[in-house]
Design a protein around this ligand. Structure first.
Ligand SMILES: [Zn+2]
Length: 473
């Protein structure tokens, strides 16, 4: 997270802030390009920087939307007020969020948005708060509150439930927008929707019952698993836009009693996973007390895919990844250094693991203490001790493996990184059986650690050599 931005980027940011301070609501993309070119940024950088500023909330720029790519919205307030103009309009509210372009032209007449109607509509679509169906625009947040007559057969349903500690407003509205192409007939209302996918149907409802906030999903038809996966992908994407949501997922029991019930017993997804990890094959339904095969519960949906989309990253993270990638590309030298360091660090890990694998618990603990003491050294003392250890090793260079010699050379090239040098030296010293003497004259702390290390190396030499060392013994 602490990646510093290049100076030129900061300059661009300052110019943007200046425009914002002047009360300018939006500028053409070309103007932003002109600013960036003043600081010699190329087209690729200009575009990734704009994406970054968008992700960080500096301004709005939807560069992949053909209707929005030529405008940079500098003022968030301008955009939100515009959205409110639509959502607070008496006529649009009365028509339960359904309106045409002509209606919108009337709503925005004599407002600062008179010449930005198309952009405002596209922004609402980007924010996933409305969608287009034929010539109509629909805003689910304004749908009728009352559930329409939906004839639903509760038997043989796949029942899935999301429970939220805190459920942000409008989760189902966002889902309706995201999945509007699958809405079945006119079966939608403010808190729910019936969706249809091939010959499979899903009833999704938002339920707020006191402190229990839930999204309830029932699916019936031939492709229950597939449809749940599609819905979950969308819903998880929406949930990930909010930070710190506590969400529990449950799946309905399919025992003979539950499968025909409107309220099946619900198994916690985490508990199912725990059971699987413990190689438990059956779980008991707490309604019927029948033991149910986990496989059969899971047979109702695709478990593997569930795991995969748990890893979805949130939007901001993507923004930072983008900067990071950009910086890497800009500085290929840095990239090479990174690679070497990652490589070295994993090799040192391996050396240390090998070293510790054959030691007694006492020696392991002592080693950890010595390491901790070394970690706590000041830079100056750390470098001193690293220098002593590396010098002792260098004398026995011929006995080292090619790989070790490579690491030694790379570490010697960089004056930084004394921690890596110390971490590398200790296992190798033991392996080579080098007497480090006790030549640390620098100061008492370093000398103290040196003495400890020396006696530790001597004692640990009496135990058998780890696998990796046998090659040259
Ligand atoms: Zn059951």
């Amino acid at each position: 997270m602490g990646t510093p931005l290049p100076k030129t980027w900061v300059k661009v940011r300052q110019e943007i802030t200046k425009l914002q301070d002047q009360g300018i609501d939006y500028i053409p993309f070309a103007d932003y390009q002109t600013i960036c070119r003043k600081y010699n940024l190329d087209d690729i950088t200009i575009s990734s920087l704009s994406q970054l500023f968008h992700d960080l909330g500096v301004f709005f720029h939807f560069q992949n939307n053909i209707k929005l790519r030529n405008t940079i919205f500098l003022n968030h307030e301008y955009v939100t007020q515009g959205v409110y103009k639509i959502f607070d309009d008496k006529n649009i509210i009365e028509s339960n969020g359904e309106f045409t372009e002509q209606d919108l032209i009337e709503v925005l007449q004599n407002t600062p948005y008179e010449h930005k109607q198309a952009e405002l509509l596209s922004l609402c679509e980007e924010f996933k708060i409305l969608f287009k169906k034929g010539k109509q625009y629909l805003a689910p947040q304004l749908f009728e509150e009352k559930k329409p007559d939906v004839d639903w057969d509760f038997t043989n349903n796949l029942h899935y439930k999301y429970s939220y500690g805190f459920m942000p407003k409008g989760i189902v509205s966002y889902l309706i927008v995201a999945m509007h192409e699958k809405i079945y007939q006119h079966h939608y209302w403010r808190y729910g929707v019936e969706l249809c996918y091939e010959d499979t149907f899903a009833l999704v409802e938002e339920k707020r019952l006191g402190k229990r906030n839930q999204i309830d999903i029932r699916i019936r038809g031939r492709k229950k698993n597939e449809f749940l996966t599609i819905i979950r992908e969308q819903l998880n994407g929406i949930n990930n836009k909010f930070t710190n949501l506590q969400i529990k997922e449950e799946v309905g029991c399919i025992c003979e009693e539950c499968i025909v019930s409107e309220k099946p017993y619900l198994f916690d997804l985490d508990r199912i996973e725990k059971a699987i990890n413990k190689r438990i094959l059956k779980l008991q339904c707490q309604n019927s007390f029948i033991n149910v095969d986990i496989e059969k519960i899971l047979g109702y949906y695709d478990f593997k895919k569930l795991d995969e989309d748990r890893i979805t990253k949130n939007e901001l993270r993507k923004g930072f990844d983008r900067i990071h990638n950009h910086l890497r590309k800009q500085d290929s030298h840095l990239r090479e250094q990174d690679k070497i360091l990652i490589n070295i660090s994993s090799q040192i890990d391996q050396l240390e693991t090998d070293l510790l694998s054959n030691l007694s618990e006492i020696l392991k603990a002592e080693f950890e203490t010595i390491k901790l003491e070394i970690d706590n050294l000041s830079k100056e003392n750390g470098e001193a001790i690293a220098h002593e250890l590396m010098t002792s090793i260098a004398k026995e260079k011929d006995k080292m493996t090619t790989q070790q010699r490579e690491i030694l050379e790379k570490l010697n090239q960089s004056s930084e990184n004394w921690q890596a040098k110390v971490r590398f030296s200790i296992p190798v010293l033991k392996q080579l059986g080098v007497d480090i003497g006790c030549e640390y004259e620098l100061n008492n702390i370093v000398k103290g650690i040196g003495t400890k290390l020396k006696s530790w190396l001597e004692r640990s030499s009496s135990s058998s050599y780890p696998q990796a060392m046998r090659d040259f013994k």
